[in-house]
Design a binder for this molecule. Structure first.
Ligand code: PBG
Length: 324
């Protein structure tokens, strides 16, 4: 007698009966962009279907997500004016903080508002931290000077109404610094989703379009080398020690080994970010008729869930949630 695993694949109902993994709308987090001074939503050329929003369209798209069953959005700001230290990031009238306030006012606690806690959208040089010249005349991204600004930024986001802040700049000690600042300011209930294992990835390309990034060069002195695995476990351990409520692996698809290991290792929720380039590839190939866009979208996100993600940040979130 031969063993026949195909018996369990013959009918849709049988396949559903034995399915080990499934997606729920509540697994998904929708990243959104709010831009200063635009009268109409502006489509991002390298991310068709994704927009920079004004406050009205931001609310509308957040309603669509909520109606589809999503419970969290992640907000990025696109300011009109940038400076060397990114001061728009902690200005209460800064675009991101105003966007947070608009969402919190509209949705209360029905929709968790998460905010990106990083300077790169606000600095004129596009780096995630402030620059300093070292003793040998080289310009470097200064770790500890940057932490002070992350603290100001996180407190401003909490004041605006963020339920979750999400440090994505890969500075050492950023989670502890932010936790301390939030607690001191009385925001003990604001959670931290730490971008713990974040790689210096080519797949962030379209995002830099999305936020009008002015970066020249790269982020390899602070984001991780794609060659490394153990380093991610160290970063995750440190972030949990420092008080991270969630940890994240980013990007998702090229790092599913890391995601899987992290998911087995820790007892906090583990998020994964299907980034702009992952979205753009599926969308572009789909538009060319080279792949079945919807099927590839569902399969890619199911794969991320199967690898161990508890929450998945994806630009497909509302689309997927509507199909579930
Ligand atoms: C940094 C940040 C980036 C992304 C999220 N937060 C860009 C970067 O590190 O260069 C990328 C998200 C994406 O590509 O979808 N604030």
């Amino acid at each position: 007698m031969i063993r026949r695993p195909r018996r369990l694949r013959n009918y849709q109902a049988m396949r559903e009966l034995v399915a080990e993994t499934s997606l729920r709308p509540t697994d998904l987090i929708l990243p959104m962009f709010v831009a200063e001074g635009i009268t109409r939503p502006r489509e991002i050329p390298s991310m068709p279907g994704v927009y920079q929003h004004n406050f009205d369209s931001l609310k509308r798209v957040a309603y669509e997500a909520l109606d589809a069953g999503i419970r969290c959005v992640d907000l990025f700001g696109v300011p009109r004016v940038k400076d060397a230290i990114g001061s728009g990031a902690w200005d209460e009238k800064g675009i991101l903080n105003r966007g947070i306030a608009v969402l919190r006012e509209e949705f209360g606690n029905d929709l968790m508002v998460m905010a990106d806690t990083c300077l790169d959208e606000f600095t004129d040089h596009g780096h995630c931290g402030v620059l300093e010249t070292d003793n040998f005349g080289t310009s470097v991204v200064a770790n500890d000077a940057t932490l002070k600004h992350y603290q100001q930024m996180a407190v401003a986001q909490a004041q605006a109404g963020a339920h979750i802040v999400s440090p994505s700049g890969m500075m050492d000690g950023q989670v502890l610094a932010i936790r301390n600042a939030l607690d001191t300011a009385g925001f003990t209930e604001v959670a931290i989703m730490a971008y713990s294992a974040k790689y210096a990835s080519a797949f962030f390309g379209p995002f830099r379009d999305a936020v009008g990034s002015s970066l020249t060069g790269d982020r390899r002195t602070y984001q991780q080398d794609p060659a490394n695995f153990k380093e991610s476990l160290l970063e995750v351990d440190l972030d949990i020690e420092e008080g991270a409520d969630f940890v994240m692996v980013k990007p998702a698809m090229p790092y599913l080994d890391v995601l899987s290991a992290v998911a087995q290792r820790v007892t906090v929720p583990v998020a994964a970010y299907q980034v702009s380039g992952e979205y753009a590839m599926i969308e572009a190939a789909g538009r060319n008729g080279w792949i079945d866009r919807d099927a590839a979208m569902m399969e890619s996100v199911l794969g991320i869930k199967r690898a161990g993600a508890d929450q998945i940040l994806t630009y497909f979130a509302t689309d997927i949630a509507r199909k579930l």
